[in-house]
Design a protein around this ligand. Structure first.
Ligand code: CU
Length: 288
């Protein structure tokens, strides 16, 4: 998928979503800083997972699914030093960036990947001219030196309303805004991007495959929260409650900058029956 360009298209769509204020002129965009943040990334995860499974060469066992990285428990492992997790070894995601080599990741399965970079002046994508993703695990002075811990998760789960007006980075008493990490932040989702730093700090963050393990955990936390009540805790806003003011962020609005057309927040509420025009009738996924 890397060679064919199918993977890089996920990077492009992510950047494009960030560059698409939704609704027009708003601080929120087509995938972030508003209620759409969680459903948009859930649809992305499902698209990638479906493609990865389909891409398994004949005679090999396809992956069971995208694993999640439960970063909140790192504090209890490896003497509390998340840099020593086996995630950051050549057998898994490769290591931290090499300080003597511009913080490039020089080992592991992605050592030869050349990142796709967005040039904001020319409004175009460029291929980095040399191989190696950039990581500064907990070392970027402009990032975060720690990962979110379980206290942050416990706090998160006290937020019982999905989202509230103005449905952006300023929303208070909002589960989405607390999990995304703007409310009282940087917390949770944003904090993890800032801890990995380097290529994970910018709009082309899916360059680093840890992006998917991170977002699978964010998605799992959303599912845990949804499932904490019967019937499941709902998305907000509904189209009726928000009128036209929050077009593009409402429950029945079609999401943009995804691989498949027709996804809506309502269409991804239940991960066991996730559907869009392409996968209608197929089972979704679960967390174990
Ligand atoms: Cu994102």
């Amino acid at each position: 998928m890397k060679t064919s360009g199918a993977y890089d298209d996920f990077i492009r769509r992510h950047m494009t979503a960030m560059n698409t204020p939704t609704p027009a002129g708003a601080e929120s965009n087509a995938g972030h800083s508003g209620p759409i943040f969680l459903p948009w990334h859930r649809a992305c995860l499902w698209e990638l997972e479906t493609m990865l499974i389909a891409a398994a060469p004949a005679g090999t066992t396809p992956i069971a699914g995208i694993p999640y990285w439960a970063w909140e428990v790192e504090a209890r492992l490896n003497a509390g030093n998340p840099r020593r997790s086996k995630l950051w070894t050549p057998a898994y995601l490769g290591g931290d960036g090499d300080m003597a080599a511009g913080n490039r990741v020089l080992n592991g399965p992605f050592a030869d990947w050349q990142a796709l970079i967005w040039n904001n002046s020319t409004r175009s994508f460029n291929r980095r001219t040399s191989a190696g993703l950039i990581r500064l695990l907990g070392r970027d002075s402009a990032g975060s030196s720690t990962l979110p811990d379980e206290n942050q998760i416990a706090d998160l789960m006290t937020y019982t309303t999905y989202d509230r007006p103005p449905y952006n980075k300023s929303s208070t008493s909002s589960f989405r805004n607390r999990l995304e990490g703007w409310l009282g932040g940087p917390r949770l989702h944003n904090q993890v991007h800032r801890w990995v730093a380097g290529d994970m700090l910018v709009g082309t963050s899916p360059n680093d495959p840890v992006f998917w393990l991170h977002h699978a955990n964010v998605d799992r936390l959303w599912w845990t929260w949804q499932s904490a009540a019967t019937p499941r805790r709902p998305y907000a806003p509904t189209n009726a409650s928000a009128g036209t003011s929050y077009a593009g962020q409402r429950a029945d609005d079609v999401m943009t900058s995804l691989l498949w057309s027709g996804w809506t927040p309502n269409g991804v509420q239940d991960i066991s029956t996730l559907h869009d025009a392409q996968t209608a009738g197929t089972p979704g996924y679960s967390y174990i």
